[in-house]
Ligand binder design. Sequence first.
Ligand code: ASP
Ligand code: MG
Length: 408
Amino acid sequence: MALIVQKYGGTSMGSPERIRSVAKRVARYRAQGHDIVVVVSAMSGETNRLIALAREIQAQPDPRELDVVISTGEQITIGLLAMALKEIGVDARSYTGTQVKILTDTAHTKARIQHIDETAMRADLAAGRVVVVAGFQGVDADGNITTLGRGGSDTTGVALAAALKADECQIYTDVDGVYTTDPRVVPEARRLKTVTFEEMLEMASLGSKVLQIRSVEFAGKYKVKLRVLSSFQEEGDGTLITFEEDEAMEKAIISGIAFNRDEARINVIGVPDKPGIAYQILGPVADANVDVDVIIQNVGQDGHTDFSFTVPRGDYQRALGILESVQSHIGAKSISGNDKICKVSVVGVGMRSHVGIASTMFRTLAEEGINIQMISTSEIKISVVLDEKYLELAVRVLHKAFGLDQEI
Ligand code: ASP
Ligand code: MG
């Protein structure tokens, strides 16, 4: 008998039939004697609908009131799921974030959880009830409703599992686990039986949208055993996110190919090569809350150097504008950019102990005539920036080159 936190996403809660099928799964786990806490998302599309509704009233919705509106989606699904459980004879009780007391800071629409009161949940579990908690929402110290950012129900699930010291946190979604890459790009992509926490963090931040990145960070910090599973399949072990490289587990050096289309590159050409120049270029960009990713500065020549970096595509025009406004101040010859780029990364903890990953990657891309514009590396990842039109091709050939289509 274990304490399990199960989180169900929007598609899993998308209709009365789907909610009934979630209730049946919860009942099966109950019947095995486990204590179950369920965290749910709003029905799929609901949060988008609520945001659009708010924007019809106020173009820039007041953050406090926006949280009041968009937190309602999950209030509906907790009540419906508790009813569905009762209908099949499983005692259950629903809780909003405020009712549990999921205490957060006051940063509306992107609040962070600070503390979770377990008292009420423990009492229900002891009384044999299933506890159903609204994901994505909390309450600040003054009693204001807050939300945790898009996809935040994952974080609620992991945070509850950490607070309750659950044996496992199961994230049920519409895919049956974490894949070596997106199966829509590479049909041969395989489900990983395990992936390390660090790899998952890289893959989540590189645009593989299975889990909200903050939930992965949370799981790492509190050592929560996390598993991603499909709510559409009766069976299946999904993907277990592990903390150490377990020798007995899959031996692949590379675990996956992550990619992100949502990128743009900015070039600042011919700036004086002197102390403080990187700060003068990137300072104003950071002040405008634009995330800078891959950064390259050339070796200086004749007292001048070139500087390139990537930003999210949605921030491209704004970042370009900022740099143009400081161009004469920093003494740059020209400012240019390209928003038709992408980033492709190979990820794997095995890189730490194997050489030649980078050369395999570069050779594979060269053989296809794909030009690499920028390169960045970490201990467990090599990323390249490419012309957007090569994205699919690059992901496919790298997937094959690293043998990811082969069952291990
Ligand atoms: N309903 C929220 C969203 O759509 C939270 C979640 O589903 O995780 O972002
Ligand atoms: Mg989600």
